[in-house]
Design a protein around this ligand. Structure first.
Ligand SMILES: NC(=O)C1=CN([C@@H]2O[C@H](COP(=O)(O)OP(=O)(O)OC[C@H]3O[C@@H](n4cnc5c(N)ncnc54)[C@H](OP(=O)(O)O)[C@@H]3O)[C@@H](O)[C@H]2O)C=CC1
Ligand SMILES: Cc1cn([C@H]2C[C@H](O)[C@@H](COP(=O)(O)OP(=O)(O)O[C@H]3O[C@@H](C)C(=O)[C@@H](O)[C@H]3O)O2)c(=O)[nH]c1=O
Length: 285
């Protein structure tokens, strides 16, 4: 039986991992720790948590994910997104535990016009992206056995995300404006959870950074349009430029990820974003 500790146990991705885990319960035992049960910024607490059990893997889904909030709350963003992963990486390295850590497309500046590969230069535009990048670097410097999976635009039936915000606003308002000049790929967090199980089950040991999102390319406007079409929400949707929707944090205008490396590693086909969105919408309450 594989023993796995999941941090950030109440978050969106952790809940998707829980949902998918029912298909693997005979071979994988997952222990979830919420932010209250295990604060990853507390080094002693992290060390203690790993003494409770002999874990084989740690999946770090814990993060400071408020992109605009991070612009003012830099210290906390860095604590959770840099120091937390560093604590986990140290304890994993000492105990021969494989760390699976989740990072983001926001480590890139969006200046490319072709999908970003793992080898492309990073240059985060905002504090959230910068703190996540520092987290990646901390893991790389202290730990040998790690998978860092950069993903983008996660949504699901769990937690708060763009899909759920759009459905709420779309039903409350007559019209909605969404940016069409930021392009990336929406990713069903259930698909990401499946990929994490694929790593656990295959026990692959080609450690490093990997990119994973759903297949295809969309703007946030395209994503919103698909959400309203699939859910038959009758709302006027207006395409706008980023400068017409000012926010504290600058976001990349292009953050499509090249997923060739993970496809080869796990021998997987990745679902097209619109197909995965339909699936997620079918299971929404
Ligand atoms: N959401 C997205 O669109 C994307 C997310 N990612 C990355 O994917 C990962 C999962 O994201 P997602 O599940 O959506 O995020 P959520 O915000 O839904 O979940 C993050 C969880 O981390 C917990 N947490 C915060 N601070 C700490 C701490 N100090 N110690 C332990 N736990 C803590 C939060 O707990 P609490 O609620 O109590 O604060 C929350 O439950 C993150 O690494 C994120 O950066 C990457 C790309 C896109
Ligand atoms: C709600 C809303 C957003 N937008 C714009 C703002 C922004 O540019 C874009 C996305 O909106 P949000 O702020 O909901 O999403 P944001 O928090 O920027 O999403 C990011 O989260 C972090 C955690 C990641 O790692 C990224 O991959 C990405 O998913 O859509 C509109 O144009 N109209 C709207 O009504």
């Amino acid at each position: 039986m594989l023993r796995v500790l999941v941090t950030g146990g109440n978050g969106q991705l952790a809940n998707c991992i829980k949902e998918v885990s029912v298909n693997h319960k005979d071979s994988i035992n997952l222990v979830y720790r919420s932010s209250k049960e295990l604060d990853i910024t507390d080094r002693d607490a992290v060390y203690e948590a790993f003494q409770e059990e002999d874990y084989h893997y740690c999946i770090n889904t814990a993060a400071y994910t408020n992109v605009d909030g991070a612009e003012k709350d830099i210290e906390n963003a860095n604590l959770v997104n840099q120091i937390g992963p560093k604590n986990l990486a140290e304890v994993c390295n000492q105990n021969n535990i494989v760390l699976i850590h989740i990072s983001t497309d926001f480590v890139f500046d969006g200046m490319q016009s072709v999908p970003y590969s793992e080898k492309d230069s990073t240059n985060a535009l905002g504090e959230y992206g910068r703190s996540k990048l520092k987290g990646e670097q901390a893991i790389e410097s202290v730990c040998d056995k790690y998978f860092i999976i950069r993903t983008s635009w996660l949504y699901s039936g769990h937690g708060s995300n763009f899909l759920k915000s759009m459905l709420k606003y779309g039903r409350e308002r007559d019209s909605l404006s969404v940016v069409y000049d930021q392009v990336g790929t929406p990713t069903n967090a259930i698909d990401l959870a499946e990929v994490i199980f694929s790593i656990l089950r295959s026990r692959v040991d080609t450690y490093g950074i990997y990119h994973y999102s759903n297949e295809g390319v969309a703007s946030w406007y395209d994503f919103a349009k698909a959400i309203f079409d699939i859910n038959k929400v009758d709302v006027q949707l207006l395409p706008i430029r980023t400068d017409a929707y000012p926010l504290p944090a600058k976001r990349p205008s292009f953050s499509v990820l090249d997923k060739g490396k993970i496809k080869k590693l796990l021998k997987i086909e990745i679902p097209y974003w619109r197909d995965s969105l339909k699936k997620a919408c079918n299971t929404l309450e």
